[in-house]
Each structure stands twice: as C-alpha cells, then as structure tokens.
Write a protein that binds this ligand. Structure first.
Ligand SMILES: Cc1ncc(COP(=O)(O)O)c(C=O)c1O
Length: 316
C-alpha cells in the first residue's frame, strides 16, 4: 500500500514515520509466525472518530500473547491508550487498526523465547472488504482446506501463523472466482471464513458454530449475537453441518474487516432465494447503526478518539 506522508506507526512507545517502521530480517516472528495481532475499526460518528469494541480486542490480544508465551510489557490500559493515540495521530476515518505483538530482534531457533516482545500499531484507511447488503451478498466456496484441529494450533488465539491456513483457503476461493472461502473443521462441520465467522438463519433462528469447531471467537460475532438477542431473535451456538448451511434461509459473514457480509451462494448452491434475507438486513442495519454511534444502547461499545471530536459524516 502507499501511505500518506504523514502516516505514523506506533512502535514501543514512539510514533515513527511509516517508512521507518521496520524490523530485523532474522526476527523470530518473521520466520515462525509467532506473533499475535488484532484488527480493530474506528468509525465516523457525530462526536468524531470512535473505536469500536476496543476493550474486547485488547483482551483477546493479551489472551493470544499469553497462550504463545509472549510476555507483554504493557498493561491493558496502556495498550488501549496507545491504540487511541495512534488513531489520533493518523486521523484516518474510517480506519482499520492493526496492533501486533512480535519478537522483532534477530532470534533464530523455534524455541527461542529470549527476544523482547514488542508492540507496534499501524492504521490504514478502511474500506468495504466483502460485498455490502446493497451488492446483494457474496459468493463463497466450501474450501478444500480445513481448519487445523485445536490439537495442532488452537483457533482462539489470533496468531500470525494461523493465517497460512486462511491464505491457502482464500486464494483457492479467489482463483475459482469466489469472493470468500468457508472452511470446515477437521470433522467436516462448518467453521468460519478466512477472516470472518459464519451465521445461518433457519425458520427465524440464527445459528453459528462455537469454539468446538475451531473458530476464532470474533468480537463482531459477539456483537451480532447481542444485537440479534436484543432484537428478540433466538441465537443458538451449535455444530453446523454443510447440509444446514446449504439449505439455510439466509447466511452471512461477520468480522471486523468484513463487517456484516450477506452470503448469497455457497459452492454454486443458492442460499434461500439468493437475495439478502430479512433477518440479515435487520441485524446488519442495527450493527451499522451501532458502529456509527447511532444507537444509545450500544454507545458503551465506542471509545471516542481524543482530539478527533469533530463530527464525521457516515461513509456509504
Ligand atoms: C479467522 C478469523 N475468524 C473470525 C474473525 C472475526 O473476528 P472479529 O469479529 O473479532 O474481527 C477473524 C477476524 O479477526 C478471523 O481472522
């Protein structure tokens, strides 16, 4: 990507110019994928730029680091402040914020735990990733690549190395002309997209796989569950067969980057009538209102960015 000249990256307490945000080529994380990260969005609201669900993202980052034996040199509050500071310094709205904990010093050897664990935070302009409701939904392919069993690598930690799996599935789907892949777990049940969770709707009830399907427990997934329940809908977390996916009335992806992306087709099977369904519409409308600060009930999910308090029009 080409960054604006003023763009800054936060690296262990300092805001450095985009071009100077470098690590050593023999860094442990680069070779073994032992890095943990988050993807967070800042949205335009009538009170300026606000970060959506900062706390659960930072908590997940800490949990991921703990699992991978990466001692974090910052408290949760310090990391939240650093993320707000980086967003303020870049003043990009809407934005996608990427904090990463990594071992950036030279340190070859898989079991090398000596290197310092650093924190970096980058901010890029956010765009629509998968199709919006207005595009009529996305086409997904059931991937030949399965999610690794949790006895191989656990899915609850958002680790850099996990994305080899997402990469292979995503490229395979893309090369076959699909927008996204749906990966099955090692038992053959529906797990998730390459960077999204999956929901289906049958007879008015929402269903989504749980941790037993080796998914990442998405923050957006959690928001969708809460929103749907607040709308009076039943939401069931359960093992989901491919049958249940293909014969669903509606289906959609949820994720920070993808937001809510309706699924209209899976591996050449039309989902429902091939149009964005009423429950997907209802949930996604409320989700977009929540992220843009238009729903007082969900105002608690937004952290205003200090210094970026001028109203920003909602982008389409
Ligand atoms: C593999 C995977 N599943 C699900 C998600 C959705 O998680 P979230 O809603 O927290 O962005 C992501 C994105 O972070 C992901 O990478």
């Amino acid at each position: 990507m080409i960054a604006p000249k003023s763009q800054k990256v936060w690296m262990d307490g300092k805001l450095v110019d985009f071009a100077q945000a470098k690590v050593h080529v023999l860094a442990h994380t680069l070779h073994y994928g032992v890095g943990v990260f988050e993807g967070i969005r800042a949205y335009p609201t009538s009170d300026g730029s606000a970060i959506f669900r900062l706390r659960p993202h930072v908590e997940r980052l800490i949990e991921s680091a703990r699992f991978y034996h990466m001692p974090v040199n910052y408290t949760r509050e310090e990391m939240e402040q650093a993320i707000l500071e980086t967003q303020a310094a870049n003043a990009i709205v809407p934005s996608y914020i990427r904090p990463i904990l990594y071992r950036g010093e030279p340190g070859l050897g898989v079991k090398n735990l000596k290197g310092k664990v650093s924190l970096a935070i980058g901010v890029i302009p956010a765009s629509k990733y998968l199709g919006a409701e207005s595009d009529g939904g996305v086409r997904a392919k059931v991937s030949p690549f399965h999610k690794p069993h949790s006895l191989a690598v656990p899915s609850f930690a958002k680790a850099a190395g996990n994305y080899l799996n997402s990469y292979l599935a995503g490229i395979d789907a893309q090369q076959d002309g699909y927008d996204e892949a749906i990966l099955l777990d090692s038992r053959g049940y529906v797990a998730e997209g390459t960077g999204e969770n999956v929901f289906v709707v049958r007879n008015g009830v929402l269903y989504t796989p749980g941790l037993q399907s080796d998914i990442l427990l998405g923050v957006t997934r959690d928001s969708v569950i809460q929103i749907a329940r607040d709308l009076g809908r039943e939401v069931v977390e359960k093992t989901l067969s491919v049958n249940e996916l293909l014969s669903a009335d509606e289906a959609f992806f949820s994720g920070t980057f993808a937001e809510i992306a309706p699924i209209r087709e899976v591996s050449h099977f039309t989902i429902g009538d091939g149009k964005v369904g009423p429950i997907t519409k209802e949930v996604s409308k409320m989700y977009y209102r929540a992220v843009h600060g238009e729903e007082p009930r969900y105002a608690k999910w937004l952290d205003p960015v200090p210094g970026l308090t001028a109203a920003v029009p909602r982008s389409k």
